[in-house]
Design a protein around this ligand. Structure first.
Ligand SMILES: Nc1ncnc2c1ncn2[C@@H]1O[C@H](COP(=O)(O)OP(=O)(O)O)[C@@H](O)[C@H]1O
Ligand SMILES: [Mg+2]
Length: 243
């Protein structure tokens, strides 16, 4: 074979291989997203199961059944919201879009409104209204949602969740912080590893691994600071995006 033909042949094989790699990567991300979504819908699904069980057990008590069904209805509304706002978005656009970041933050907060209310979480928001960035909307919504869930998990009843959005020179800083139990030093390097969780069966350990990957895919960086000092414990996650 002629040298140039060999080169051309190698080149096209390389192209095929990298295309296959890219597809495999995409499938892996989709798989992780699906797992994280399962994480998200597990609570409402479980609640619907329990409420249905209770309603059946008290089937002759119309008042009780009506009360259980009303709660089922609420849980279904949550599931609907997750389905349309997470998956719907995903199918609609997979290219980056100019997004007002405060809108994205509000959407992420709405997903967790109910859990936050139940735990009486105080919310402190400082969101610059007009900051726009070019990001993959669904992906970044997923990241914010993951970080909010983690904070809510770490917070005691009536704890505080902080959300701040600011521009610093050529960067946009998104800060999600809480005064929860904090992350011990020996875990700080590990929390971004896939499957690292301290929540036993309640956690997948995928939230932060996936979030880091997504932030980097959106040309950003994610970092954390945390303290477990009694009386002043808490965790700060910072996402930096190009402005
Ligand atoms: N805001 C936070 N406060 C305290 N610990 C946290 C916080 N966010 C994450 N972590 C720690 O990082 C671990 C990994 O988080 P994540 O990847 O989202 O997985 P999961 O939430 O399923 O455990 C958690 O199990 C927890 O130990
Ligand atoms: Mg998590």
């Amino acid at each position: 074979m002629h040298e140039s033909t060999i080169a051309a042949d190698l080149h096209s094989r390389l192209n095929l291989t990298s295309e296959a790699l890219r597809k495999a990567e995409e499938r892996a991300t989709a798989g992780l997203l699906a797992l994280e979504l399962m994480h998200e819908i597990r609570n409402p699904l479980e609640a619907v199961g329990n409420l249905t069980y209770l309603a059946l057990a008290e089937a002759e008590n119309a008042r009780a059944v009506r009360m259980y069904l009303r709660r089922v209805e609420e849980q279904l509304a949550t599931l609907n919201y997750i389905a349309s706002h997470t998956l719907g978005f995903a199918r609609a656009t997979d290219s980056p879009q100019q997004v007002r970041l405060s809108t994205l933050a509000e959407a992420a907060l709405r997903i967790h409104q109910r859990t936050m209310q139940a735990k009486q979480i105080h919310l402190v928001k400082d969101l610059s209204e007009d900051l726009v960035a070019e990001v993959h909307t669904t992906e970044m919504l997923q990241v914010l949602s993951n970080l909010i869930v983690n904070s809510v998990d770490a917070l005691p009843r009536a704890g505080t969740l902080y959300l701040r959005l600011k521009k610093r020179r050529s960067e946009i800083h998104f800060v999600i912080a809480d005064n929860g139990h904090g992350i011990p030093e020996e875990h700080r390097n590990r929390v971004f590893e896939p499957f690292f969780t301290t929540k036993n069966n309640a956690g997948t350990g995928l939230g932060l691994a996936l979030s880091k990957r997504i932030v980097e895919h959106n040309r950003g960086k994610i970092s954390l600071r945390s303290s477990i000092r009694p009386g002043r414990s808490g965790t700060v996650f910072k996402i930096s995006l190009p402005a």
